[in-house]
Design a protein around this ligand. Sequence first.
Ligand code: PLP
Length: 283
Amino acid sequence: MRVLIHLDGSVADPDAPQVRVDDLGLLRGDGVFETVLVSGGHARELDKHLDRLERSASMLDMDTPDRQAWQRAVAAAIERWPEGSEMALKLVYTRGLDSDPSAGPTAFALGIEVSEGLLRARAEGIAVVTLERGIDTDLAARAPWLLLGAKSLSYGINMAAMREAERRGAEDVIFTAGDGTVLEGPIANVVVADGGTLYTPPPSIGILPGTTQAGLFRAAERAGWSTKIEPLRIEDLRGADGVFLTSSIRKVTRVHTLDGVQLPDSRTLHAELAAAYESEYPG
Ligand code: PLP
């Protein structure tokens, strides 16, 4: 099941050709995107996703996305999606055509199903490996042209890292900086639970500010947890009560094994945090 809505509101066939071959999103990964989870007919954290789309577009010197048009496209996609199953809704916004810059951005919302693998990972947890990302934690501030912290369409490195994880018998990655500081996953943020506090690294080190991490922290605070946004090191992960990867599609996924070593059993903790996170949203 898939649904495709162009930003002008037109409904299109996701199995038919839609994008020109000289689209700069296709030729150069030059564009930005978001992936929104729609559950029970509700688009989770839509405002925050649209804020981040705007921020990413601004980092790439692209025109400000038309917020109301995106809201309408999201509503149209939800209307066409069958009740009862989750939708991963990708909002894609490219720089448009190489041959005709005046044509403006290419923009569409594509709804797809959440894969069986991701659903299983949410329920059972995952093995993760740490991989070097080759950046320093002050690079984002020093070199804004590297677009660290923008959700650009250039995810080739992220996907290569996921394949490397698979080669090492794991299902996901935690990127580290040269000095061993924890960054993020290729498609998720890192959250650590220890002694009644949740920790996540600050976006200033060149990672995405996660909408799921923020939703989880809000929910956890309501449930009595304290939360801290501060740098983490790999050693902090190994001894913690729980390590989680959070993303719109992963939700709160438990890491049970890190670099081949089993972590302390965090199943009860995970159930508590996952329930708190779910309670944030209708449906
Ligand atoms: N970090 C990266 C690199 C991502 O691609 C994503 C989401 O896809 C996230 C973090 C998590 O963001 P969110 O929770 O807003 O989905």
